[in-house]
Design a protein around this ligand. Sequence first.
Ligand code: B12
Length: 207
Amino acid sequence: MARLDETMVMNLVKQGLKMGINPYVLLEEIRIGTDRVGELYSKGEYFLSDLIMASEIFKDVLTLVNQDRAETTIASYPTVVFGTVEDDIHDIGKNITTGIMRYNGFDICDLGVDVPGYKFVEAVQHYNSRVVCLTGLITESFDSMKNTIALLKEAGLRSRTTVIIGGLVNESVRNYTGADYWATDCTKVNELCRNILVTNKRIVQSS
Ligand code: B12
């Protein structure tokens, strides 16, 4: 993956599936590869096109792995509303995260990028969702996250929704925006959502 050799990645994944390796283990390997691509980009060894290429390979792997899983039962959880917040168009991480979540059986309503707060509110109302995931990578996105959460509160939805933020975020951003959780590791979100949705737990209450 770090060499961006799509043919080799696809062949290895096919081989792994044939050998009965848990597809999630394969996906995790690929994700670690995408992190390596990110590091090489940060060092100036890779270009933006390489990052985009990595996300395309990841998408193809997800398609392959999901085909293989067509026969298995997919657990049914309430729809998770996901989107990159207003003014922000970064979606590589969002696409990887939603891909992994879909693979894990979550039904995702992906609103796309540059999503105004009211669209999240409408989607939560429409799907009766209990989890909202917001992606943001630029400083301006923190205000958009805060605004989205304020609109959820205004609509009377905040107490029954858990808001998880991801991207270039940390505890201070979580605190500033009023979100319940933050995560930069997309694999953590599955466990988190399962806990919230299956056990009906809302661990941090902020409204
Ligand atoms: C790729 C990229 C772009 C691409 C985006 C392409 C695309 N389709 O996404 C393009 C070229 C379009 C772009 C544009 C801009 N960018 Co840009 N971009 C990046 C870059 C290089 C990589 C981001 C990325 O995709 N990383 C890889 C993914 C996999 O990581 P990730 O998004 O963090 O996602 C991971 C986790 O966070 C998690 N995750 C993601 N979302 C969620 C959500 C939840 C709920 C959870 C649990 C987890 C989760 O899952 C992923 C895997 O673990 C970063 C620099 C960097 N090193 O981060 C700058 C960066 C984010 N960009 C930056 C800037 C400034 C811009 C521009 C304003 C540039 C400009 N002057 O025009 C514009 C903004 C346009 C806009 N309005 O949004 C700055 C932001 C600085 C800041 N603090 O504001 C950065 C940090 C670069 C820098 N050092 O200056 N950018």
